[in-house]
Design a protein around this ligand. Structure first.
Ligand code: PNS
Length: 190
């Protein structure tokens, strides 16, 4: 069975990638389909997003990235896909996703929407959250693959914020002799 996973993916996050990895074990082929949306001002061009997705999914041989415009169900039918895949993070997603699934069903009875629950650790994560953090100088290293984090920092014109407390390497307090610990704390001005 072929599944189309449509979205904006501006940019693709670890949450999307977790879903794609799990879907790749359920379906013969997963097509990650980037909508060419003239109504949105994206951070990354469609071409950049496709490259980001391809690089992030190169270890999954049955996953491909493509772009489309128009109706998602038409694209799915053109690709002979039977499934539209969407992730559900929280109840707040449910209303809009259900409406979308019902709308798509009125447009084609041939295509079924299948929801996968987003893994717990990514239930807060969205492309918008990633962009907002980066815009205000925060680290997104824990939210997207490294090559995408670099792309994002480049867009917002700053380097990986190494001094951000989120990315500061944890100091293993128990295993460290007291002198080393105080030296380290003084060096890092913690
Ligand atoms: O990542 P997003 O922005 O939540 O993805 C939304 C997307 C692209 C899946 C949705 O907007 C979509 O399918 N757009 C294409 C137009 C369409 O088919 N509309 C009818 C269903 S509402």
């Amino acid at each position: 069975m072929i599944a189309v996973y449509p979205g904006s993916f501006d940019p693709i996050t670890l949450g999307h990638l977790d879903l794609i990895g799990r879907a790749s074990r359920l379906f013969e082929q997963v097509i990650v389909a980037v909508l060419r949306n003239p109504n949105k001002m994206p951070l990354f061009s469609v071409q950049q997003r496709l490259e980001q997705i391809r690089l992030s999914t190169q270890h999954l041989p049955n996953v491909e990235a493509d772009s489309f415009d128009g109706l998602t169900v038409n694209y799915a039918q053109m690709r002979q896909a039977q499934v539209l895949l969407r992730g559900l993070r929280a109840v707040s997603d449910f209303e809009i996703e259900l409406q979308m699934a019902h709308t798509n069903k009125t447009l084609s009875t041939q295509v079924e929407t299948v929801f996968l629950a987003t893994s717990n650790e990514y239930s807060f994560l969205s492309s918008s959250v990633v962009k907002e953090i980066a815009r205000f100088g925060g680290s997104v290293d824990h939210l997207v693959p490294p090559h995408i984090a670099l792309d994002i920092y480049q867009c917002y014109n700053h380097n990986s914020p190494m001094l951000n407390p989120i990315t500061t390497e944890a100091i293993p307090l128990k295993s460290m002799p007291m002198e080393t610990l105080t030296d380290k704390l003084r060096d890092q001005q913690v």
